[in-house]
Ligand binder design. Structure first.
Ligand SMILES: [Zn+2]
Length: 255
């Protein structure tokens, strides 16, 4: 009973901590593709440029209190802001619930907090910044080394990178160089053999998304959604359910 109460208090802290990180990630998502230094100046309204005060920047609550509008010019604030904060808060709390403060917690938390900005930057700008993916490769290798996965992680990174390099070379214009680095990063975190499960799920999601995009939004070819968001979502699916999926597949295949 006592420990349950303590765990719930820590869980609330994990959620609040995640909200604050989410607020920082919002500034990463806005500033990185626009080449505005993260360290430079306070946050400002993208529409009127008015500097924001501490009270305008409380994660989640400011958006609700201001009813999604800038206090100074009344311009609508993108729904992405509270969404990213909520996702970061819920993700960190969920990981803490499953893993406590263990090495797996930090491994998957770091992967999640890298994928979150990559998802939204790629969705909006069709760009996967090197400053996130390249350190991400080394973070993935480092965390998995610390967990004793000395060959699974580099092999995963190599398989992810090479598969996407081949797609990049064979299918001109289909993938960007950023996708290759992101694939190596995800491969480093997931390791072998999960990288193969991830690869498969990415293309299933990508195909479903492509079909839905054509049917619902009449998107086609170049105007379609970039591939990074599918890679990010399938990495999270694989991190949680990769092993059961792989075992289920091997059983079905009679292996
Ligand atoms: Zn404004």
């Amino acid at each position: 009973m006592q420990t349950d109460a303590v765990k719930i208090i820590f869980l609330v802290f994990a959620f609040l901590f995640g909200l604050v990180i989410g607020s920082f990630l919002n500034s990463v998502i806005y500033r990185l593709p626009r080449k505005i230094p993260l360290s430079k100046g306070r946050s400002f309204c993208p529409k009127c440029g008015h500097g924001l005060k501490a009270f305008d920047l409380v994660p989640l609550f400011s958006f609700l209190f201001l009813k999604g509008k800038c206090r100074y010019c009344g311009a609508p604030i993108s729904f992405r802001y509270p969404l990213v904060e909520l996702l970061a808060g819920a993700g960190i709390a969920l990981l803490f619930w499953f893993y406590d403060l263990s090495l797996p917690f930090f491994t998957w938390a770091v992967l999640f907090l890298l994928l979150l900005p990559l998802f939204f930057i790629d969705l909006e700008h069709k760009l996967l910044p090197d400053v996130l993916t390249i350190p991400g490769i080394f973070l993935g290798l480092g965390f998995q080394f610390a967990r004793g996965n000395f060959w699974q992680s580099p092999l995963g990174a190599a398989i992810g990178g090479v598969l996407f390099l081949l797609i990049y070379l064979l299918w001109k214009g289909g993938m960007g160089e950023g996708d290759i680095k992101l694939a190596a990063m995800i491969g480093a975190f997931l390791g072998y053999p999960l990288v193969l499960v991830w690869f498969f799920i990415s293309f299933v999601l990508g195909a479903l998304g492509g079909i839905l995009g054509m049917l619902l939004f009449k998107l086609k070819g170049k105007s379609a959604i970039p591939f990074g968001p599918y890679m990010a979502v399938s990495a999270l699916i694989t991190a949680f359910w990769g092993m059961p999926i792989l075992e289920g597949y091997l059983r079905l295949a009679g292996l």
